[in-house]
Design a protein around this ligand. Sequence first.
Ligand code: KIV
Length: 259
Amino acid sequence: MQTKRIKKILKKTKKSPLVCLTAYSKIIAQIADKYCDIILVGDSLGMVLYGMKSTRQVNLETMVRHAQTVKKFTKNSLVIFDMPYKSYKNKFMAYKNAKKVIRLTGCDAIKLEGGKKIVNIIKYLTKRKIPVMGHVGLLPQTSKNFRVKGKNLMQKQSILNDAIAVSKSGAFAIIIECVIEDLAKKITKIIPIPTIGIGASKYCNGQILVTDDMLGLSDLMPKFVKRYSYLKKNIEKSIKTYSQDVKTKRFPSNKNLYK
Ligand code: KIV
């Protein structure tokens, strides 16, 4: 299931890789919108913004609040709503919730984690005009550990089968998370829909990262993240200087005064 907007963005994969990032807030959405094809309002916000232990604690209401803001400040990129854990336990619940979040946020599509097990849900949604992005490989909502996937033959075959099943069920694109290069390359070659990698090699049709990770704003630093900035350190430096300025009365100075 592809809308005109989705088709337009996906057409680009023929020329160059899709650029994708997460956003949960106004400023990041505004900046990402200038450079990204796709913005994901990821449930990673549970861990990144709210300090939760996993993404499983994130609920639909929290996701809707963030997605409304991101969508409001995004003009060009596709905005994808990441359906939180237990919000798509069966096809009826998935449809009810997906319809609701699209109505409330105006997002272009939803994302679901899983392979063969959720194919009937993806089919049900796409037949009812809900655009779906898939997500295979490491699945943060359900994976027992956060280790690289596809190292043994059985796992490799199972993830490949998942990706094929998702692509046949009507999803318009698929995220592949934290798998070995060979597997990502094979999936990308075999399935007809664009693959977007996060820790899944340059062979994918696009790349996505959690923005806070690449900006150096989070403590988590998997090998697949490239740091483009050191915001946490910069923020600490600024707050430390502010604290010293207040204590020594260097702030406020004459420049900050009303007379
Ligand atoms: O929630 C999220 O940010 C994601 C990305 C890791 C792809 O699903």
